[in-house]
Ligand binder design. Structure first.
Ligand code: MN
Length: 448
């Protein structure tokens, strides 16, 4: 299953909006993307000024589309993700890959329609790439998503948060070696979701993506570097993260929609470019819905799993849009004993270290409806009893209100589950009897 196949399916379902007008990669495409950001269609920019290549955006921009890409219902998404995390399957490696249709001898990144997104960004950024690397002994493989700043025709700055790829790179650097990477752009949503999943070091995210696609992922070895790429990706950059070079990377607007600071980061020397004939470039608006969904969904599954271990039943988890799909969680549970709500909060904070505020509600509350959640806080929550504040814990580097140097933050949990000390009826939403005979009347009135 490739991105191309998924787009074909989305076209049939009328989920794709073609933009025929000529638009520029310099802010214009980002501007249009922003206007369609909430529950919007896939945007297909056919005419990109100064480029032959088409640009697509907002591919995984709605939960519904992600679920359809994975062939799973929204209710079962978390379960499905946890299932595949536990049963990764090695993908097939193929020699003849569609991404090898065009192999560029002269690397020139300025020929790729990389977007300028926000005016405060340091430059054009590739934001939808999955990066594969092997440890120098070849025993460990890792795939993860990294923002890549285009520095010149042959070089990218790569942001390495202190996670798996950073560890592989540090080890290579200690041995005095560059780290080979395959950078795949234009991949199926399952590959991006797997690469954003919080898996243990040593589990290759490609294997998880392959399990998610029921064995349908194919890889291909790069020609110039020791790394493997997605065989039916739209575009692959072959590169080496240089052991002995660093540049100032950023500023860059990240998931919160605020500007992330400039830091010294490593440089990728791009030594090869391969792409499909008439390749499509996948643009991803940082802080847009697609970004929130790809980073958020795997972490909702992580929270769901962790909370399931301490309370009898978790009904739903939402890393909400207002919390940038990253800092705020709403979790609905079936509470059995007093205290379940607080245990659920502690489990959620432990599972997702970037989580800052969390609300636990009963199963009658819709975690995706902000007003419903607020209503639960208004009618079931007492600050003196139900509030959990934890100071000086590890938070997110992306939260400007936290100590971004030490990455310390305060976490606040709201146990908005109904207390057992009072009768249940007092907390129930009052009902008006359903009268089917009035349905026609209401429909007519609503049309007026
Ligand atoms: Mn990993």
């Amino acid at each position: 299953m490739s991105l191309r196949e998924f787009l074909g399916q989305a076209e049939k379902e009328k989920e794709v909006l073609h933009v025929k007008d000529s638009v520029s990669t310099r802010f214009q495409i980002a501007y249009v993307m922003k206007q369609f950001d909430c529950e919007g269609p896939i945007l297909y920019f056919d005419d990109v000024k100064d480029f032959e290549t088409s640009v697509i955006a907002n591919v995984s921009g709605t939960r519904k589309r992600v679920c359809s890409a994975l062939g799973v219902s929204q209710e079962l998404l978390c379960r499905r993700m946890i299932e595949v995390w536990r049963c990764p399957i090695r993908p097939k490696i193929v020699k003849s890959a569609t991404v090898k249709e065009c192999v560029q001898r002269d690397v020139d990144l300025s020929k790729i329609p990389v977007l300028r997104h926000f005016e405060s960004d340091a430059g054009p950024y590739i934001t939808s790439a999955v990066v594969h690397a092997r440890s120098i002994d070849g025993n460990i493989e890792n795939v993860s998503v990294h923002r890549l700043e285009v520095l010149d025709k042959k070089h990218l700055a790569i942001r390495l948060v202190p996670r798996h790829l950073a560890s592989l790179f540090q080890a290579a650097r200690k041995a005095g070696k560059d780290l080979d990477v395959a950078i795949s752009v234009g991949v199926h949503p399952a590959v991006l979701l797997a690469a954003s999943s919080p898996l243990p070091f040593g589990v290759c995210e490609y294997d998880v993506a392959n399990a998610m696609l029921n064995g349908g992922l194919k890889l291909t070895e790069c020609e110039r570097v020791n790394a493997s790429a997605v065989a039916d990706a739209e575009l692959v950059l072959e590169g080496r993260i240089l052991a002995s070079k660093e540049v100032a990377e950023g500023p860059f607007v990240d998931i919160t929609g605020t500007c992330d600071v400039q830091r010294k980061q490593p440089v990728v020397d791009v030594v090869g470019v391969m792409h499909r004939e008439n390749y499509i470039y996948h643009a991803l608006l940082s802080s847009g819905m697609e970004h929130l969904i790809l980073m958020g969904l795997p972490h909702e599954a992580l929270i769901w799993d962790a909370v399931s271990k301490v309370v009898p039943k978790v009904c739903a988890v939402n890393l909400s849009k207002g919390g940038s799909g990253w800092l705020h969680a709403v979790i609905s549970i079936e509470k059995q004993v007093e205290g379940d709500g607080k245990n659920a909060l502690l489990a959620a904070f432990a599972a997702h270290p970037s989580l800052k505020h969390a609300v636990v509600v009963d199963s009658d509350i819709d975690v995706f409806d902000v007003s419903d959640v607020e209503w639960a806080v208004a009618t079931r929550f007492q600050g003196s009893e139900d509030l959990v504040v934890i100071e000086n814990v590890r938070g997110s580097t992306l939260d400007p209100s936290a100590d971004q140097e030490k990455v310390l933050t305060s976490k606040v949990g709201f146990d908005a589950t109904r207390p057992f000390s009072k009768p249940k009826e007092r907390f129930e939403r009052a009902r008006i009897p359903i009268d089917r005979s009035l349905e026609k009347l209401v429909r007519r009135l609503k049309k007026l």
